[in-house]
Design a protein around this ligand. Structure first.
Ligand code: FES
Length: 110
């Protein structure tokens, strides 16, 4: 109906063809207890307010990125990456200690 076009969000949104860069959410990992068999969505874009997990920000901010979905094989506490520069996502591999990450601004890409 006429006049309702402002309600059509997000269809009218512009989505980039090239995905946005991930941003540094934090510079230290977050320890979480994963439960065997449970599925998790690790934030890839760095924009989630529920680090280290996805809160839908990758979509609402039109990043073109997707979270990393994974299933915990066993119940255990792990350190999940928040700097988004790890080589072993979703796990912290110590990359956050690098100068590259330490010098970066939180909320900015590397
Ligand atoms: S938080 Fe440790 S590698 Fe990203």
């Amino acid at each position: 109906t006429r006049g309702a076009s402002h309600l059509s969000w997000p269809q009218g949104r512009w989505f980039p063809r090239v995905p946005a860069k991930s941003v540094v959410a934090l510079k230290t990992p977050i320890k979480v207890e994963l439960v065997a068999g449970k599925i998790y969505r690790w934030c890839v874009c760095g924009r989630s307010k529920k680090q280290p997990f996805c809160d839908g920000s990758h979509f609402f901010q039109g990043t073109g990125l997707s979270p990393l979905k994974f299933k915990a094989q066993e119940t255990r506490t792990v350190a999940l990456c928040t700097c988004k520069a790890t080589q072993k996502p979703p796990y912290c591999d110590g990359t956050h200690r690098s100068e590259r990450v330490q010098k970066a601004e939180v909320g900015s890409p590397l």
